[in-house]
Write a protein that binds this ligand. Structure first.
Ligand code: 5GP
Length: 124
């Protein structure tokens, strides 16, 4: 899938749309999700044109991959989530309901988050 320069996170990176910033460095930007699903819900995006985790892990240079991972950790520290813990997830593609086609990691925390996925799943 080709990268869409007009996706909402590309606009946030270019400063065309505001965000509530938590952390920024050369490799990444972190900001609060507009529709939080936990007391703390922050998105971390790489500074580069990558549609998804598939695209990023196949095509991003090593320094950006390392910097992006470090930025996720820095953001969690900035949010003071280390003591009680937090969850990170990335939706990739159709089955995961990825809505915005610029790679983003969700950081969720601020309360006990419950099971990771629907416990009713009993196999295929
Ligand atoms: P996805 O479903 O693609 O993994 O998650 C996209 C996330 O982006 C959603 O949680 C949604 O609330 C968030 N989001 C969508 N548009 C905006 C926006 O303009 N600003 C911010 N801060 N978050 C957004």
């Amino acid at each position: 899938m080709a990268y869409d320069q007009e996706n909402i996170f590309a606009k946030i990176l270019r400063g065309e749309i505001p965000c509530n910033k938590v952390y920024e460095d050369d490799h990444a930007l972190a900001f609060h999700d507009i529709n939080p699903q936990a007391p703390v819900h922050v998105l971390v995006i790489p500074k580069g044109e990558y549609v998804s985790m598939m695209d990023f892990t196949a095509n991003a240079p090593a320094d950006l991959m390392a910097g992006f991972m470090r930025a996720i950790g820095e953001t969690a520290r900035e949010l003071e989530l280390e003591e009680n813990g937090y969850r990170i997830l990335a939706n990739a593609g159709e089955h995961a309901h990825q809505d915005v086609p610029h790679l983003h990691i969700h950081i969720l925390g601020g309360k006990p988050l419950g099971p990771m996925l629907d416990r009713k799943f009993k196999g295929a």
